[in-house]
Design a protein around this ligand. Structure first.
Ligand SMILES: NC(=O)c1ccc[n+]([C@@H]2O[C@H](COP(=O)([O-])OP(=O)(O)OC[C@H]3O[C@@H](n4cnc5c(N)ncnc54)[C@H](O)[C@@H]3O)[C@@H](O)[C@H]2O)c1
Length: 344
């Protein structure tokens, strides 16, 4: 039987666990899996680009589990009443190759992206950070806010979006989150005095949502919106001043902010910082930047976390998605018998 976690089942899981606990437990899982980086068989995701966006496959495996996510990015979708990002994930047992979990991953992508942002910021931001600036308050926004609150102790959020309705939604959703919410009229106003800046805009093309002169010393930038070839949101001059950390260089070189610095731009991988073989921040004045595009390892951690939790709590549906013939070689007889039974 294959466990199915659809959107209502995920909602039950979140209700049981609590969204902030979910984010912090998931952050632990992601950090632990990054710490065993060499054990994973990795590859850059496989993208299929069209003029409207991209559809990608994100596979990864260790010796026990294989996971893959199907995800899209379509910046013009909200104008059609559709989401920019949607996703579905599969977790399979390496020993037999059998799928064990088929899972909604649209909400889970927002949760894992926020948890990963928090893991990186814990290693890169100055200790004692209390104020986050959110640039772009679309689908990812609230998840980012709650992950930074829970995992880093952020208490105030200065936020700006070009779409006023997105800011109203963001503030309404977080009204009971015990966060000080400061709505701003521009990017420059939002980042004034912030310890950490998250950029989560979804515009195609090379933009400079954050320009060089806007960002002062000591700030940590969590850049999650630039995640495709030709789609960036940070001024290259700001990148040149920052210590840059990425998830997986082989993927980020062509998809992340660093694509605008050329093939030899210096950057570290997150796992190196986590295990301590490279230094993250070297002083309070340094600008650090997490150039996040989203990596398959984060989906692997998420699928395994959800699988464990859902089974422990008895949430989800076990579905005969894979045939179970008595004789494994008699697939024909198995489906004929089922068809005959269905016909009567
Ligand atoms: N790094 C990752 O792992 C990861 C994961 C998920 C999504 N993403 C990316 O993050 C981005 C945001 O995703 P989303 O699902 O929240 O998209 P979304 O469309 O729901 O929200 C994006 C928001 O950015 C706003 N915006 C656009 N230009 C702006 C500007 N110049 N200043 C301020 N706000 C601006 C839009 O009005 C919108 O509200 C997308 O580019 C997506 O591809 C990255």
């Amino acid at each position: 039987m294959v466990q199915i976690i659809d959107t209502p089942a995920l909602a039950r899981l979140l209700a049981h666990i609590g969204i902030e606990t979910f984010l912090s437990e998931l952050a632990e899982r992601i950090e632990n899996d990054y710490a065993r980086w060499p054990q994973f068989e990795k590859m850059p995701r496989v993208p299929f680009h069209s003029q409207d966006g991209v559809i990608e496959l994100m596979p990864i495996a260790d010796s026990e589990w294989f996971s893959v996510k199907l995800v899209n990015g379509h910046p013009a979708n909200p104008a059609k009443g559709l989401q920019t990002v949607t996703a579905v994930g599969i977790l399979a047992d390496v020993a037999t190759g059998y799928p064990r979990l088929v899972c909604e991953m649209t909400v889970l992508t927002a949760l894992r992206t926020a948890a990963t942002s928090a893991v990186a910021a814990r290693h890169l931001a100055n200790p004692g950070a209390t104020t986050l600036a959110m640039i772009g308050t679309g689908a990812q926004g609230e998840f980012q806010a709650l992950a930074f609150k829970r995992c880093l102790g952020i208490r105030a959020i200065r936020f700006y979006d070009t779409d006023v309705a997105a800011m109203v939604k963001f503030a309404a959703n977080l009204r009971t989150a015990s966060l000080q919410l400061i709505r701003c009229a521009s990017v420059a106003e939002a980042i004034a005095g912030a310890d950490i800046i998250t950029t989560a805009t979804a515009v195609r093309g090379a933009r400079a949502v954050l320009t060089d002169s806007m960002v002062g010393p000591g700030v940590h930038v969590n850049a999650i919106g630039g995640d495709c070839p030709g789609k960036t949101e940070i001024d290259p001059r700001l990148l040149s001043r920052a210590r840059i950390v990425v998830e997986y260089l082989a993927q980020t070189r062509c998809e992340g902010e660093i694509q605008s610095l050329g093939a030899r731009a210096p950057a570290l991988e997150l796992w190196e910082i986590i295990v301590g073989c490279s230094q993250g921040r070297s002083g309070r004045q340094q600008i650090t930047l997490f150039d996040s595009v989203g990596f398959a390892l984060e989906d692997y951690s998420t699928l395994r976390y959800v699988y464990d939790k859902a089974r422990a709590l008895g949430i989800g549906h076990a579905v005969p998605l894979i045939p179970q013939p008595r004789d494994p070689k008699d697939l024909f007889g198995y489906i004929r018998e089922l068809a005959e039974r269905a016909a009567v």
